[in-house]
Ligand binder design. Structure first.
Ligand SMILES: CC(C)(COP(=O)([O-])OP(=O)([O-])OC[C@H]1O[C@@H](n2cnc3c(N)ncnc32)[C@H](O)[C@@H]1OP(=O)([O-])[O-])[C@@H](O)C(=O)NCCC(=O)NCCSC(=O)C[C@@](C)(O)CC(=O)[O-]
Length: 299
């Protein structure tokens, strides 16, 4: 299969990135991050989550963040919603696109959202109904597609029915998450081969964490499988509060640099993206997790 000429990056830094931070991050800093990402030309930014603040305190201020960001026409500003309550709160905050999240592993589902995989899928049905009524698009996630922190190996055959269910209930796109970053390019290719028999490739996305240093290689393996949408996190921010030791998402700057090298168009400005990543890294007081940004900033 030849490489695509266009790729869409879904910037998850403000949500997947910041949700795992122990230190408080002000609404103003979150807003500035989202505005910086908009300025860099991202067309899709996951801004926050409408989940229980007892479970993920860092996402508690998502409504305020939505109220203060400068929304640019044509850019999607999305939020996670785990249940109807979250969906309604998101709607009240003016959110126009939400994401629901399930898992391919029972143990992870229980730890992350306190219910079984089946229960979670049933919980999404009223969200889908309400979203259809309100004209809100819904994206779906499946976590632990290449490994689970509690159950170990996860087979592609476990992932496919969950992805299909999300797609059939109305998710326009299903993002497959390597939550703990254990996947390798061979396993990634096989995953997409198996899942693509149930969900069209054009409706699948890759979401790779870099815990084992495989994320960029897995993005490339996915490109070879015809996947054209990738979730990434500026400065490689992130982790998952329910996956101990999980490191950040693949850094947006690193994915963009690779895509530019492959002649693949994204519409994103690398230098502006590096500025956005460095600014939030300074706020967090930590080293920038993007190798491209570190190299550029060292020059
Ligand atoms: C799903 C629940 C709420 C179930 O949590 P629960 O305790 O089973 O829910 P409940 O219905 O029994 O409610 C308990 C309390 O939460 C409140 N509540 C209930 N719903 C909401 C809501 N929407 N917003 C705010 N509050 C809410 C509810 O009102 C109640 O409050 P109390 O009476 O105790 O004061 C909880 O488990 C939860 O919020 N989990 C979120 C976990 C999370 O955000 N994880 C990270 C995102 S997933 C991820 O990162 C993976 C991904 C997507 O990036 C892909 C990958 O890498 O794999």
């Amino acid at each position: 299969m030849s490489l695509p000429s266009n790729v869409r990056l879904v910037e998850v830094g403000p949500r997947d990135g910041l949700q795992n931070e122990a230190q408080p991050i002000s609404v103003a800093d979150k807003v500035r991050l989202v505005d910086d990402l908009t300025a860099a030309g991202l067309s899709y930014i996951e801004v926050g989550s409408f989940v229980s603040p007892k479970w993920v305190p860092q996402m508690g201020g998502s409504a305020e963040v939505f109220a203060q960001i400068q929304q640019k026409p044509g850019v999607t500003y999305a939020a996670l919603a785990p249940n109807l309550r979250g969906f309604e709160d998101a709607l009240a905050a003016g959110v126009k696109e939400v994401a629901v999240f399930a898992a391919a592993s029972e143990a992870f589902s229980q730890r992350n959202i306190n219910c079984s995989i089946d229960e979670s899928l049933q919980r999404f049905v009223p969200i889908m109904d309400a979203a259809r009524e309100q004209g809100v698009r819904v994206r779906g996630y499946v976590s632990c597609v290449l490994g689970c922190p509690y159950e170990g190996a996860v087979k592609a055959e476990q992932v496919a029915p969950v992805a299909r269910e999300l797609f059939e209930m109305g998710c326009y796109e299903v993002s497959l998450g390597d939550t703990i970053g254990t996947g390798t390019p061979g396993a990634t290719r096989r995953l997409f081969e198996v899942v693509a028999a149930h969900v069209p490739r054009a409706q699948l996305a890759g979401h790779f964490h870099d815990t084992y240093g495989q994320a960029l290689a897995n993005v490339y393996a996915s490109l070879l499988e015809g996947i054209q949408v990738f979730d990434s996190s500026v400065a490689g921010l992130g982790g998952c509060p329910y996956a101990k030791g999980a490191s950040g998402n693949v850094a947006s700057e690193d994915v963009l640099y690779m895509l530019q090298g492959l002649g693949i168009e994204t519409g994103i400005d690398l230098e502006q993206l590096i500025l956005a990543g460095q600014r939030i890294s300074n706020v967090l007081g930590r080293a920038n997790g993007s190798r491209v940004a570190r190299a550029r900033n060292a020059v």
